[in-house]
Design a binder for this molecule. Structure first.
Ligand SMILES: Nc1nc2c(ncn2[C@@H]2O[C@H](COP(=O)(O)OP(=O)(O)OP(=O)(O)O)[C@@H](O)[C@H]2O)c(=O)[nH]1
Length: 330
């Protein structure tokens, strides 16, 4: 996971480290020859200050590499500023571990970029809603892993003692209803469906009525995979949102799509407000661009990430976990 991103950040660390070492040599040269003991004492007092010029080239290079890793431009720029803020003017004692200082700055910058404006504790939010059911609508492109993710989440909610029903509101793609039913059967959740071509908002409405009548805690609405060029589907999604007034709209994106997933999320966010994100296939993602950028780009937190094909392979996302995946032990 994130192997490429890890490599690029390591390269930055090394380049800046070398630069500081060059500065150190200059400072050391100015120190008169003394006895070994005295020299050690003086060295401890010596320090170099990291200047903008020391890191500018490395930052330029990092910027290009991050863009190549599919990190969104605005996120790259924000990261650059944050890294600069943390390093420029920093005084480094001769002989200290510079790599560690630089890595710490990168960790902090990435953590800040990933820290959402607001956090969502889904289980807590569901349990504290007074009037059942809690309604979640899922939006996203075809093949992003939406159906699998809904089944994973249903499974996770059940494990937390919550009852779930799924609305098969993708009445558009051939086979979508059967695919959803198969997953739902495996995780032991009921699906409310109509036939293909039926009004997706009506299916969602029925699922909510079903949940209300039976005291079911959560309704998960599977919508058809969207293409922003397809106005009808976007309008249909707006209608689902209008009719069902979901407590949350969750965008499901394939992390392997990188920056294009961030662009998709922005478009969805304009059509219907996105409250949270689930990124799938992180287990296969070497670049980490979407994970790093999406929250910063749309201002909604990443709630979960998909890390495999099993129903248990959905885990809560937080910035510490991400940073550890990059900088921690491999
Ligand atoms: N490795 C891995 N594979 C995943 C993950 N999530 C989903 N997949 C796989 O991705 C493929 C597509 O997932 P689906 O759930 O069928 O896709 P979808 O978004 O429902 O497709 P539409 O119904 O067209 O929107 C399936 O083979 C899933 O098993 C994940 O986190 N990791």
């Amino acid at each position: 996971m994130f192997g490429k991103l890890r490599e690029k950040l390591k390269k930055f660390t090394q380049t800046v480290e070398e630069k500081i070492e060059e500065e150190e040599k200059v400072v050391e040269k100015k120190t008169p020859e003394e006895t070994e003991e005295k020299k050690g004492f003086i060295e401890r007092l010596l320090q170099v200050e990291i200047k903008e010029k020391d890191i500018e080239d490395a930052l330029d290079e990092l910027e290009l590499e991050l863009l190549e890793a599919d990190v969104a431009l605005e996120t790259v720029e924000a990261l650059r500023e944050k890294i600069k803020e943390k390093l420029v003017g920093r005084k480094v004692r001769v002989g200290t571990n510079k790599g560690k200082i630089i890595e710490e700055a990168l960790r902090e910058a990435i953590t800040e970029i990933l820290t959402p404006e607001k956090r969502i504790d889904l289980i807590e939010m569901i349990k504290s809603k007074e009037e059942k059911p809690f309604v979640i609508a899922f939006v996203g492109f075809n093949g992003s892993g939406k159906t699998t993710t809904i089944a994973k989440l249903a499974h996770g909610l059940k494990k937390n003692g919550l009852s779930v029903v799924i609305a098969a509101s993708d009445t558009f793609r051939a086979g979508a209803i059967e695919q959803l039913e198969e997953h739902a059967k495996r995780v032991g959740v009921k699906v409310i469906k109509h036939s293909y071509g039926a009004d997706p908002a009506a299916v969602a409405y029925d699922a909510i009525q079903h949940a209300k009548a039976r005291g079911i805690d959560v309704v998960l609405i599977d919508t058809a995979g969207r293409n922003e060029l397809n106005r009808n589907l976007m309008d249909e999604m707006k209608k689902i949102a209008r009719v069902t007034k979901p407590d949350l709209v969750i965008f499901v994106g394939d992390s392997l799509g990188g920056n294009s997933v961030v662009e998709q999320a922005k478009q969805f966010n304009e059509a219907v407000r996105i409250d949270g994100v689930i990124l799938t296939k992180l287990d296969a993602d070497a670049r980490g661009g979407a994970a790093l950028s999406i929250s910063h780009a749309i201002g909604a937190p990443i709630l979960f990430v998909g890390v495999g094909q099993g129903y248990d392979d959905l885990r809560p996302f937080d910035e510490k976990w991400f940073v550890e995946r990059i900088f921690g032990e491999e």
